[in-house]
Design a protein around this ligand. Structure first.
Ligand SMILES: N[C@@H](CCC(=O)N[C@@H](CS)C(=O)NCC(=O)O)C(=O)O
Length: 212
């Protein structure tokens, strides 16, 4: 199977995670940010991730991909959780600050979807419309980091002793992975341990090496 993705994209990270967790091979295809033709040709719109199944047909929507792949072989790993789980509620509150911190930094990172200048410019243009000027976001970093560190402390107690995988991980890990592009964030021990465990078990690497 083939998976079309952007490396910065949290929905794409979700789809990649299930292949690692199930130890299933997948060919990753990193698409340029300004390449609308590839996704549109496959599923009729510009969206990532897109899975090419073994029979050559294509599907979009990250959680549909996760459930499809999870159902293919072996014991399911995406154990359902209650709709308003503590982790999901935490994530709802932390999502916007994580985006505000990570988007302008991902935009300047060395990622395959930004391999050309026009691709990187397309990302900046799209995300500036969503989040405002990158300079403003970067200027707010000290307060945003202080706030997210308080939120991470709350998350820390939820992750104490956690050693299983369930549907919450497909929400939480992609966002913490985005946050890992932000230099200077202090992670409490359980959160740090969680990120390292998920990186190892999913094979979807954190961005610490490029943090800025
Ligand atoms: N509901 C979709 C959302 C996917 C999504 O929003 N992907 C973003 C990339 S992070 C995207 O394709 N944006 C449109 C674009 O690249 O122009 C899913 O879960 O797969």
């Amino acid at each position: 199977m083939k998976l079309y993705v952007y490396d910065h994209c949290p929905f794409c990270a979700r789809a990649r995670m299930i292949f690692g967790l199930k130890s299933l091979p997948v060919e990753l295809r990193f698409v340029l940010e300004d390449d609308a033709d590839t996704p549109t040709g496959l599923v009729g719109k510009k969206t990532m991730p897109i899975l090419e199944k073994a029979d050559g047909t294509h599907m979009a929507e990250s959680m549909d991909i996760v459930h499809y792949v999870d159902g293919l072989h072996g014991t399911p790993v995406v154990i359902p959780v209650e709709e308003n789980s503590a982790i999901k509620l935490w994530h709802d509150a932390a999502w916007r600050p994580i985006l505000n911190l990570s988007i302008p930094r991902l935009a300047r990172a060395d990622l395959p979807e930004f391999a050309t200048e026009t691709a990187r410019a397309a990302f900046k243009s799209r995300q500036t419309k969503n989040f405002g000027a990158f300079e403003d976001l970067l200027g707010q970093s000290p307060e945003l980091i202080r706030d997210i560190e308080v939120q991470l402390t709350e998350l820390d107690s939820m992750l104490a002793g956690r050693d299983h995988v369930d549907a919450d991980d497909f929400v939480l890990y992609p966002s913490l992975r985005m946050l890992s592009i932000v230099k200077g964030v202090q992670y409490p021990a359980n959160v740090r341990r969680y990120m390292e465990r998920m990186e190892q078990s999913t094979g979807v690497g954190l961005h610490f090496g490029q943090a800025s």
